[in-house]
Design a binder for this molecule. Structure first.
Ligand code: LLP
Length: 420
């Protein structure tokens, strides 16, 4: 008899029995530990700093409430994320609105909700926002998003700071024009700049390089326009531990070096240092989540590869198909038994690319057994879709060993809502 697989004090078999599979399981304790680390190593260590959670990584009303209670702000990237954050009780003042192609109505929604900051991505958005803010009778606080031109070591689909990026202004004449205009516009309050180099970074070199570039650029903007930034937002991107990766780095590895560079720069210039902001998403939530599946089939094909088919797949976790992500897999009932079989975990969507994990070692499995994928808290639930009319799994949050349902499983009828 093995010990039951536990996740932050909860018995995984019991969660599966009570809530079914596929099932997203999230640890509130883990999330609160990460918030505490951010306070200790960043916001309380360095004066005049702020941390906002990148809600795109995992947004439920429950998650918004946890983050809100920890005093972090929110980064949102669409009208929908803004709506949900406000619905969860987040003060709009603590929200930063992002996006490379915001619609007029999103800008109107943001301005009328009195969102604290809008990160402006391009020139036409700047012009439009000036008009929208004018109609609302407000002076909108903004940051300009800069593409620092740093190629980060990550999958190219989640690298954002390189020169050929769809995000932001490149640090050349385009940015100069934007600064000049933003300073002139009546309804715009240019507070500073933002950059985000990429996601799932396991070294701090890209952040360091980007900060060096941005500081130099801020020096030039001061010379040219007398512009002194009051906020410098360094984005997110801090990596976590997936299969084959090194352990998650403490946040200090990223922020200490950034703060050193920024402090040195402002000591030298004599100007007041801007408020420094970070926007972690994955680092806050990924390791807080696992996904449980039931095995539906086990078979060996002509090449000798053993496929273990499960009751979920790319519809609840598209990251393997999209970025060749690698997950650690653990057996639930057979947890602790010797892992003697090399198997490939296949999803049940009608696609050959619908694989959740290639060549992982597990105990021999059969129909009805359960497995979990680790580190699925970030960019799984939020990227889930109804391909093959697969209902989105439920989300259960475990707090101090006690589970609660945060999002119920979709029904077939839920998937037909809106169809006429
Ligand atoms: N701030 C901005 C402006 C961002 O664009 C992002 C992520 C973040 C913060 C948070 O980055 P994080 O700390 O989570 O790395 N779906 C992809 C990840 C896309 C990230 C997009 N932007 C994935 O599953 O890997």
């Amino acid at each position: 008899m093995n010990d039951n697989l536990k996740f932050y004090g909860a018995d995984v078999s019991e969660l599966i029995r009570d809530y079914g599979t596929p099932l997203y399981i999230v640890s509130e304790d883990y999330i609160r530990e990460r918030c505490a680390e951010i306070r200790k190593s960043f916001t309380e260590k360095y004066p005049n700093t702020r941390a906002v959670y990148a809600s795109k990584a995992f947004q439920t009303l429950d998650m918004c409430k946890i983050i809100n209670s920890e005093g972090l702000g929110f980064d949102v990237v669409s009208g929908g994320e803004l709506y949900a954050a406000i619905k969860a009780g987040v003060n709009p003042e603590n929200i930063i609105f992002h996006g490379n192609s915001k619609t007029v109505w999103e800008l109107e929604e943001a301005a009328s909700a009195k969102v604290g900051t809008i990160v402006v991505d391009n020139m036409s958005e700047l012009e439009l926002l000036n008009e929208v803010a004018g109609r609302e009778g407000i002076k909108q606080k903004i940051l300009l998003r800069i593409t620092p031109g740093v190629d980060s070591h990550t999958h190219r689909y989640i690298s954002t700071g390189q020169l050929d990026s769809k995000f932001g202004f490149s640090a050349d004449e385009a940015l100069d024009t934007a600064v000049e205009k933003a300073l002139q516009y009546e309804n715009i309050d240019l507070y500073g700049v933002h950059f985000h180099v990429g996601s799932q970074l396991l070294e701090n070199d890209s952040h360091i390089m980007a900060v060096e570039i941005i500081l130099e650029m801020l020096g030039k903007l001061k010379e040219k326009y007398g512009f002194i930034a009051r906020e410098l937002n360094c984005g997110g991107g801090f990596g976590v531990h997936y299969a084959g990766d090194p352990e998650r780095l403490p946040i200090s590895i990223f922020v200490d070096k950034i703060m050193e560079l920024i402090d040195q720069f402002y000591e030298k210039s004599g100007d007041e240092r801007p408020t420094v902001i970070i926007e972690p998403g994955r680092w806050m939530i990924s390791e807080a989540g696992i996904t449980a599946y039931e095995v539906g089939s086990v078979k060996t094909n002509a090449t000798g590869r053993i496929y273990v088919g499960v009751d979920g797949g790319m519809s609840d976790n598209p990251r393997v198909a999209l970025y060749e992500a690698k997950y650690e897999v653990v057996a639930v009932e057979k947890y602790g038994e010797e892992c003697t079989e090399k198997v490939t975990i296949a999803g049940k969507c009608c696609e050959s690319g619908d694989i959740l994990a290639w060549d992982v070692m597990l105990p021999p499995l059969e129909r009805g057994d359960h497995i979990v994928l680790l580190c699925t808290g970030a960019y799984n639930f939020v990227m889930a879709c109804n391909y093959n009319k697969m209902p989105r799994p439920a989300v259960v949050t475990v707090s101090d060993g006690v589970p609660r349902l945060s999002v119920r499983r979709q029904t077939y009828d839920d998937m037909l809502i809106g169809e006429i």
